[in-house]
Design a protein around this ligand. Structure first.
Ligand SMILES: [Zn+2]
Ligand SMILES: [Zn+2]
Length: 187
């Protein structure tokens, strides 16, 4: 089997949009509203959409001369960990999608790079790469449980919220500790 065979899109896959009933006439419109399970690893290191969680697709597919323009929003729950105190974060994310998918063998298809403009596979559009990019751009790389999260005391690891205002640790330098012992024996 060739190593880089282009994977065939599966029209039943939740993030594959089927445009068969969208006329290839500029201006023709179709809306896609559906709830699909989130794919694995949708997010960044500390926060992301749990696999299988409900993703709400609210999209508009519009025929343009060279392909189909997909725009709209995708929203879903996110779970993560506060970058300062490691508390669990339960939130939601809404991302905007606006992506052009060129018809196969259209001028756009033959004159642009696949990184610039998406490609259709016959009548199918794979939404997943654009969705991943949008989610990664939207989610914070350093998520916080709340904006002013004070984090943890570096000495004892307790959340500053749970510590008294005057919380501190006696810093005993081991050298001074030795010295004080010395003084005691001299006494
Ligand atoms: Zn926090
Ligand atoms: Zn402490």
């Amino acid at each position: 089997m060739p190593k880089h065979s282009p994977s065939q899109l599966d029209p039943r896959s939740p993030l594959v949009l089927d445009t068969r009933d969208l006329p290839r006439r500029p201006g023709a419109l179709r809306t896609v509203k559906r709830v699909v399970p989130a794919p694995a690893d949708l997010g960044v290191e500390l926060i992301g959409v749990p696999e299988g969680a409900d993703l709400d697709l609210d999209l508009r597919l519009e025929s343009v001369s060279e392909g189909v323009l997909v725009s709209g929003t995708v929203s879903g729950p996110v779970k993560g960990e506060c970058g300062r105190c490691l508390r669990e974060i339960d939130d939601s994310v809404v991302v905007n999608i606006q992506e052009l998918y060129a018809y196969q063998n259209s001028t756009t298809d033959t004159t642009t790079d696949e990184d610039e403009v998406g490609r259709m596979q016959d009548d199918l559009i794979d939404l997943e790469p654009a969705l991943r990019d949008a989610v990664v751009l939207t989610l914070p790389t350093n998520p916080l449980c709340r904006e002013d999260c004070p984090g943890l005391c570096p000495e004892c690891g307790v959340h500053w919220d749970d510590l008294p205002a005057d919380h501190s640790h006696q810093q005993i330098d081991p050298r001074w500790a030795g010295l004080s012992q010395l003084t005691r024996t001299e006494e």
